[in-house]
Design a protein around this ligand. Structure first.
Ligand SMILES: *[C@@H]1O[C@H](CO)[C@@H](O)[C@H](O)[C@H]1NC(C)=O
Ligand SMILES: *[C@@H]1O[C@H](CO)[C@@H](O)[C@H](O)[C@H]1NC(C)=O
Ligand SMILES: *[C@@H]1O[C@H](CO)[C@@H](O)[C@H](O)[C@H]1NC(C)=O
Length: 568
């Protein structure tokens, strides 16, 4: 018999058969699920179906003490209704208690929405994450020593979830060597309460690598998609990213656990095209329909932007050019390093986001030149990456892949040029961006995965921070007010990038007034920061050396930064 779309009559028969399933069929459910048969969803338009239930019913199925994983990335793909239901139930009953959470990146608005809904003492007792900057409530629990916590490279956490799904012991990789996740430094441990070793140094074929040991099981996955059918097949047509949701579902399913997916609508069987189904119904246990106000595409705004999901392309002129300031100078100088055809680029959070705007403006003004391929570790290839609450997404992306797959590509050297934020650097070129002191430690995110494997690395940021004011007049840069904090210091306390891992790759430190490079320095810890260029109008003895915690290597003549950068 040919495989054709079911006829309307057959669909009705299927639906009737489905609805006729007696509640006893719940006996097939995994242990723990059978206790609470699901009722019809809140959405009265949805007929009874065994997998559709209310958020409260779904939350009540979560056991105490297990590892749980949640969808989301910075401001994108938040299962907000599910998070709320879990918190409300915890406040009312004290359950679920003592959960372990494992996630690549938190999602939230840093003001209570998102993962922070779960940041309650007793609800969570251990964390493994790549980045948690959008959930400061967790950082507070970490600082107050109320939870155990490990910060590991974002891509490593993504692969840990995949390895739980695949029944493997955990990633074995050089990613993290020499940084604060190396067990010879901190092993990624974030506070005194955290004593267990997740990261181990092992030798494989005579070479040092790190083994990141995964939990035996991840028993719950809280996910989200766009459309579910009555059998729990879920499609992602209005989502901005796939992230790791398929691996999260597979990990929970293979752990004998529970996969709960929040969606915006439910459709009949046979509606979804099999190629559109990202989460197969066979591994989805519960579907919860969320109202639009608890199902934002990104936390930037309540509306839906079709250029993030691939439905439409947004015209490039809608992206406003950068105003002339230090941010634009830095982005422009970085762009001169990356704007050659056919290279793949990754841009980090913060200052590097300006480079995306420069590339968009340049592409708009030069429609016939071939543009570079910007990409995000979250999984977008091409297009113009979004910033802030949309970090990780891309407008007009050429293709979407999962985070774990993008990280595979990055780990193998797929990034020609990485442009990452610069918080603090030392004479050996080590960079600290994971810990800003005073308890501000959002985590390394993809910084380590990317900086250790990209063919060329640009660290971008202002030369000093905290009140820095500059002026650009007649093509020259003038420092009107110096920043209070120096970024080039005698020592960095936490190594997110190890200068010694450069291994001959080009590494540049680009600021508004100077460009530094990482030079090989045999016998001096392997590497040294070298002054390569200064901005027009800048005097090295006045504007640079007194504002650094060390004297950089200066070999011969220091070049001027290209004049075009300082023209309006
Ligand atoms: C849905 O199931 C509930 C009990 O689980 C039942 O009371 C209700 O009548 C059912 N609705 C339909 C439309 O079958
Ligand atoms: C959805 O899931 C069910 C059972 O898990 C399956 O029979 C059906 O063919 C799936 N796919 C689509 C595209 O409907
Ligand atoms: C770097 O790391 C240390 C913690 O180890 C922190 O105290 C310091 O303030 C950090 N600095 C910056 C600028 O990131």
């Amino acid at each position: 018999m040919a495989l054709a779309a079911p006829t309307a009559q057959l669909r009705l028969q299927l639906l009737a058969a489905h609805l006729a399933v007696p509640p006893a069929a719940e006996a097939d459910a995994p242990p723990g699920l059978a206790r609470r048969p699901c009722r019809a969803a809140d959405n009265a338009a949805v007929p009874n179906a065994s997998k559709i239930c209310s958020a409260e019913e779904a939350a009540a199925l979560i056991p105490d003490g297990v590892w749980m994983t949640i969808a989301g990335f910075v401001g994108t793909s938040m299962p907000e209704l599910l998070l709320r239901a879990v918190r409300e139930q915890f406040d009312a009953t004290g359950a679920p208690a003592n959960l372990g959470l494992i996630y690549a990146a938190s999602v939230g608005n840093s003001k209570g929405r998102g993962f922070d809904l779960l940041a309650a003492e007793g609800l969570v007792d251990r964390l493994i994450y790549g980045w948690t900057g959008s959930a400061p409530g967790f950082l507070k629990l970490v600082r107050e020593n109320k939870v155990e916590a490990w910060n590991l490279p974002l891509g490593v956490v993504s692969h840990m979830i995949r390895d739980v799904a695949a029944g493997r012991a955990g990633p074995v990789t050089k990613v993290g060597l020499g940084t604060f996740v190396d067990p010879r430094e901190k092993g990624g441990k974030l506070n005194a309460r955290t004593t267990g070793d997740v990261v181990r140094l092992v030798k494989l074929g005579g070479r040092e690598v790190l083994w990141y040991q995964v939990p035996d099981k991840i028993s719950v996955a809280l996910l989200r998609g766009t459309t579910a059918d009555l059998d729990g097949n879920v499609s992602f047509e209005r989502e901005a990213l796939y992230l790791d949701q398929l691996n999260q579902a597979m990990a929970a399913h293979n752990s004998g656990g529970l996969v709960i997916v929040q969606v915006e609508r439910v459709v009949d069987r046979g509606t979804l095209h099999p190629r559109a189904v990202h989460l197969p119904g066979a591994i989805v246990d519960r579907v919860v329909v969320a109202p639009p106000d608890l199902h934002w595409q990104t936390l930037r705004e309540p509306g839906y932007d079709g250029s993030l999901s691939g439905e439409i392309r947004t015209p490039l002129h809608s992206i406003a050019p950068l105003p002339m300031d230090e941010r634009r100078i830095i982005a422009h100088r970085a762009m001169l390093e990356i704007d050659r055809p056919s290279c793949v680029v990754n841009l980090g959070v913060g200052m590097p986001e300006g480079v995306a705007v420069m590339v968009a403006t340049h592409a708009h003004q030069n429609p016939n030149t071939k543009s570079v391929t910007l990409s995000t570790e979250a999984g977008a290839f091409g297009g113009i990456p979004g910033g802030a609450q949309r970090f990780g997404t891309s407008h007009n992306a050429a293709s979407h892949v999962t985070t774990a797959t993008m990280i595979d590509f990055y780990n193998g050297g797929g990034v020609d040029i990485a442009c990452l934020g610069l918080a603090e650097a030392d004479p050996a070129g080590n960079v600290n961006v994971s810990n800003f002191g005073a308890g501000r430690m959002p985590g390394c995110g993809g910084f380590i995965d990317i900086s250790q494997n990209a063919k060329k690395v640009l660290f971008v940021g202002t030369f000093t921070s905290g009140g820095l004011k500059v002026a650009i007049e007649a093509g020259k840069l003038a420092i009107r007010q110096e920043g209070r904090l120096q970024k080039f210091r005698a020592a960095v306390h936490e190594k997110t990038f190890a200068g010694a891992s450069a291994n001959g790759r080009t590494v540049l430190y680009i600021t508004e007034r100077a460009v530094f490079g990482l030079a090989a320095q045999p016998g001096q810890g392997g590497s040294a920061v070298e002054l390569l260029e200064v901005a027009p109008g800048i005097v090295i003895e006045r504007d640079i050396l007194p504002h650094m915690g060390f004297v950089p290597l200066i070999r011969g003549k220091v070049n001027q930064m290209p004049a075009q950068i300082f023209q309006p």
